[in-house]
Design a protein. Structure first.
Ligand SMILES: [Zn+2]
Lengths: 141, 384
């Protein structure tokens, strides 16, 4: 499986980190960790710009992160018109930050920077695969 | 404070929705104005630096075509690109070519004919000016990225949509005075707040207008500048920096680190402080971008930029007038032409030729030009 399956519309087919998509299909969202220096990268990368190492291992990102920022998009670029409105988000997981969409089911008025979110894997009807963020249920619910 | 390289000629087309002519004809208009302004001929130009974001151009490798049409063969020519900051990158390279002694006079030519593609197409291409593997597949685009900066600024400092509206109202006031601007209407706070949401909290009037346009700057070394020009405007300081393309690599979203670094370098080179700037042109591709620029350039402490706009300190007559030519918001943003147009505005200000937009007695001006969402940053300080 190639990287062209990632996201609503992928612009890249070949990459040394295409395994990200296979792992996504297994329900895992992974970063890469440099075996030489231990640095963790998201987006995943095949090469370490710090020590020039190219031996990477896959590590799952933490279960939950905090919303760093977001926006509700009402006017889409070409190829994404069918999805509007949708919410883009940057989520801080400690070692890494992850860019993606926040579930459209979450009302904009309830979105707060700093809120706890967790990523889930989404398979789309056309076979594309992606992830999105959903709020972590509050205790007792 | 060095006075080694000067700007001796400036030119710019009117920025317009749809230029009625070909790309080469549009660029010729700005070039001819700059040559007449400098009082030189094409033969005296040692090299031409062609500044454009090529994803919007139908013409491949435009340097070759333009050098021919402008009468700049057989001198060297090449394209420089840093998206929206391409033509201030041109100033940086032109400065270096002159300082290195390779050329005495250099033309920095910027342009974009945005009307050749649709708005949705241009947003898609702009979106690909961000990480195409990890961000564009989610439907990212420039307004969304700046909107995320706005949300972060709101959350940290309590900035509001009304504050952003004040920035657009100011831009529209000066756009109405500028005959070269694409958007000449004056807007009210209510009109801004009631315009359709593009990417929350940014609305239609928080976004700059796409436009066709070209700009041209003629740079010369000190000997040539003094011989040719009655009113040379000197490059006193230059700063440039870059930032991760992906938002995932950024420390915070309530400012642009690359802008802060470029500003620090430019102030240091010029031996000046933010308080000594008389007039500034900042990259207001979105209202939030101007607000962050106030803070990144040191005109206000982080989080205090809103006080400048609320108190009219960045209007004509204020402490530091900013974008009194309408800025990208109202003057328009033909990507590759924008930085050159900002520099032109400051050059006219320092020569006392800015007409109804003149800041009385302006001696030192600053240009802040950003490529993409804070990926590339150029800050230039000019003096007479
Ligand atoms: Zn490493």
């Amino acid at each position: 499986m190639g990287f062209e399956k990632f996201g609503r519309k992928s612009y890249t087919a070949q990459t040394k980190v295409a395994e990200f998509v296979d792992r996504l299909a297994q329900g895992e969202i992974c970063a890469t960790r440099c075996r030489s220096c231990g640095r963790i990268y998201f987006p995943p990368r095949a090469d370490c710009s710090f020590c020039l190492g190219d031996a990477m291992e896959w590590v799952k990102i933490p279960e939950t992160g905090k919303l760093a920022s977001f926006t509700r998009v009402y006017y889409a670029p070409a190829g994404f018109e069918a999805d509007v409105p949708y919410t883009l988000a940057l989520v801080n997981f400690g070692d890494v930050k992850v860019f993606g969409r926040l579930s459209s089911a979450v009302e904009e008025s309830t979105i707060k920077i700093g809120m706890d979110l967790k990523p889930i894997v989404l398979e789309m009807p056309d076979g594309q695969i992606t992830y999105e963020f959903i709020p972590v249920e509050e205790c007792g619910r | 404070m060095s006075r080694d390289v000067a700007i001796i000629g400036v030119g710019q087309t009117k920025f317009t929705r749809n230029y009625q002519g070909s790309l080469r004809e549009m660029v010729f208009e700005a070039f001819a104005e700059a040559l007449r302004d400098a009082g030189i001929t094409a033969r005296e130009i040692g090299a031409s630096l062609i500044c454009s974001a090529p994803e919007y151009d139908k013409q491949r490798s435009p340097a070759g075509l333009l050098a021919e049409y402008l009468g700049l063969n057989p001198q060297p020519t090449f394209v420089l690109e840093s998206i929206c900051s391409s033509s201030t990158t041109g100033v940086r390279v032109g400065y270096s070519l002159i300082k290195a002694g390779l050329h005495d006079v250099v033309a920095v030519i910027g342009f974009q004919k945005m009307s050749e593609i649709s708005s949705a197409e241009s947003q898609e291409r702009m979106g690909r000016g961000a990480d195409i593997m990890w961000e564009a597949p989610f439907g990212s685009m420039m307004p969304a990225y700046y909107a995320m900066h706005a949300q972060a600024h709101f959350a940290r400092y309590g900035t509001t949509e009304e504050d952003l509206a004040l920035i657009r109202v100011k831009a529209s006031k000066y756009g109405a005075l500028n005959e070269r601007a694409v958007f000449r209407k004056e807007l009210t706070v209510e009109q801004c707040l009631n315009s359709a949401v593009v990417s929350s909290p940014l609305k239609v009037y928080d976004c700059c207008a796409n436009a066709d346009g070209a700009s041209c700057l003629i740079l010369a070394n000190a000997d040539r500048a003094k011989a040719i020009s009655a009113k040379p405007v000197w490059i006193l300081g230059l700063g440039a920096a870059s930032e991760t393309m992906s938002l995932t690599g950024r420390e915070a979203l309530d400012g642009l680190r690359a802008a802060r670094l470029a500003a620090r370098e430019a102030y240091q080179m010029a031996g000046l402080t933010p308080g000594e700037i008389d007039v500034a042109e900042v990259h207001d591709c979105f209202t939030i971008a101007e607000l962050m620029a106030y803070e990144d350039l040191g005109f206000a402490e982080p989080g205090k930029g809103v006080e400048l706009i609320r108190n009219g300190q960045t209007s004509l007559g204020g402490r530091i007038p900013v974008n009194v030519d309408g800025g990208l918001l109202s003057k328009g943003h033909p990507i590759g032409a924008t930085g050159g147009s900002q520099v032109r505005t400051i050059v006219l200000q320092l020569r006392g030729e800015a007409g109804p937009m003149q800041v009385p007695g302006a001696e030192i001006g600053l240009v802040h030009n950003i490529g993409g969402v804070g990926i590339y940053s150029n800050v230039i300080i000019l003096g007479r």
